[in-house]
Design a protein around this ligand. Structure first.
Ligand code: GDP
Length: 294
């Protein structure tokens, strides 16, 4: 799904989430495990405030495990309850339930000590577009409820989905806007399919992707496209090599750069070349702890 965000949309999205927050015990903040930081809404801590939060690193099947583990630890250190799951194939949903229980334990213990009857945990999902909110809702509901491709600002009657005896989930996810301000984040969002192709320059995204592979997995890059890295290659030389290998040529035997660009982006988005996490913890960690506490 792609959305053009205007300030009005953002204000409305925020208002809606703030309203829904009152109804839940815990928030499931969904992020893309391939970009656990870059796929977060920039104001998420301001919006969610002190409400217990499970951070769900979704699409774990497409990310690099060792990086995902580092981000899990990071979120844990921040006082959140992180889990890594694969919504598409319904994997690790049990861990999500356990995290929801851990996140709400204090509140439920308090209720119990006041003599209140045990009840299901109430939760809602929030996140930027395309992180897998609808997919997760449908998996938890075991049927198709949330339409993939819903738009912010389109209000509909909310309902609770019963997930076993212990969880009730709002059937409408809170859709929040992504980070826009940073060029690198924009490219990562594009590489994972979170933002509209026309917002970013695709050639820059493909170059970013190729440079990432040169730095982090040059062997796979060479093997996958059957190309040779000479060490002093300009990244554009690689476009030529890939274009020739794949026969992506225009009339006059010129390389069809548009097709090569699309190919590289598609292969990265679909994790065809390998499983990558584009937010690299060790490269980002210095800036992390300067941000304010939630
Ligand atoms: P939403 O905009 O946040 O509701 O995202 P969707 O639920 O529409 O999912 C966006 C895309 O990501 C769809 O093509 C899903 O099939 C895919 N997707 C969602 N979760 C996963 C996952 O855990 N693994 C993989 N590989 N794909 C996923």
């Amino acid at each position: 799904m792609t959305i053009q965000w205007f300030p009005g949309h953002m204000a409305k999205a925020r208002r809606e989430v703030t309203e829904q927050l009152k109804m839940v015990d815990v928030v499931f903040e969904l992020v893309d495990a391939r970009i656990p930081l870059s796929s977060r809404n920039p104001m998420i801590d301001d919006i969610i405030k002190q409400k217990p939060r499970v951070i769900i690193l979704n699409k774990k099947d497409m990310s690099k495990q060792s990086e995902t583990d580092k981000w899990m630890q990071y979120f844990k250190n921040q006082g959140f309850f992180p889990v890594q799951i694969d919504s598409k194939h319904g994997k690790h949903l049990g861990e999500l339930m356990k995290a929801a229980q851990a996140a709400t334990k204090e509140k439920f213990d308090r209720e119990k000590s006041k003599g209140l009857r045990p009840r299901a945990i109430r939760a809602m999902i929030v996140g930027i577009p395309n992180v897998g909110k609808s997919t997760l809702i449908n998996k938890l509901a075991k049927k198709s409820i949330a339409k993939t491709g819903n738009t912010p600002g389109v209000t509909k009657k909310q309902q609770w989905i019963k997930v076993g005896k212990e969880l009730e989930l709002l059937d409408t996810p809170g859709i929040l806007w992504p980070k826009f301000e940073d060029q690198a984040i924009g490219k990562k969002l594009s590489l994972t399919g979170a933002i509209k192709d026309s917002i970013v320059h695709l050639d820059e995204v493909a170059i970013y992707g190729l440079n990432f592979l040169i730095d982090h997995d040059p062997e796979k890059l060479q093997k996958f496209y059957q190309i040779e890295l000479a060490g002093d290659d300009e990244v554009v030389d690689l476009f030529d090599q890939i274009g020739k290998r794949r026969g992506m040529l225009k009339r006059g035997n010129e390389i069809d750069y548009e097709s090569v660009t699309e190919l590289i982006i598609r292969d990265l988005r679909n994790a065809k070349i390998g499983n990558y996490c584009f937010d690299i913890y060790d490269e980002m960690k210095d800036g992390l702890y300067e941000t304010k506490e939630h």
